[in-house]
Design a protein around this ligand. Structure first.
Ligand code: ZN
Ligand code: ZN
Length: 120
């Protein structure tokens, strides 16, 4: 089991965000967001865009509305299309060549945008 195909590289290059987006579109990678009492929980699961090992990521953010300052100045907080951005770092749990000790990740970070559907 000592055959890491992808060497460790700490990167947040946009190509991985783009790849993650494509994988989401294709349904290879799944992402879900839950909003409950102003707490937003996100869950990302599927193959890492870089090393393709399985990863599962859970994050919690608070208060969706506060993530979105009202750029128009006035207006209420009922605007549709609340979007939450999350930064996911690979935590595949698999060894990669060159990874720092106790790090089991290929080192990639990517960003996912999720729409918060308040009616779900
Ligand atoms: Zn990996
Ligand atoms: Zn990875």
């Amino acid at each position: 089991m000592d055959d890491p195909e992808v060497p460790y590289l700490k990167t947040s290059a946009y190509e991985w965000t783009a790849r993650a987006f494509e994988m989401l579109e294709a349904g290879t990678l799944t992402a879900a967001v839950f909003a409950t009492d102003g707490i937003v929980s996100t869950r990302v699961e599927g193959p890492c865009p870089r090393c393709t090992h399985h990863l599962g990521d859970r994050q919690t953010a608070s208060a969706v509305s506060s993530l979105l300052p009202d750029e128009r100045g006035l207006g209420d907080a009922t605007a549709t299309g609340n979007v939450v951005q999350i930064d996911v770092t690979c935590a595949c749990g698999e060894p990669h060549a060159g990874a720092p000790e106790a790090t089991q990740s290929c080192g990639v970070s990517f960003r996912i945008e999720l729409e918060v559907d308040g009616t779900a």
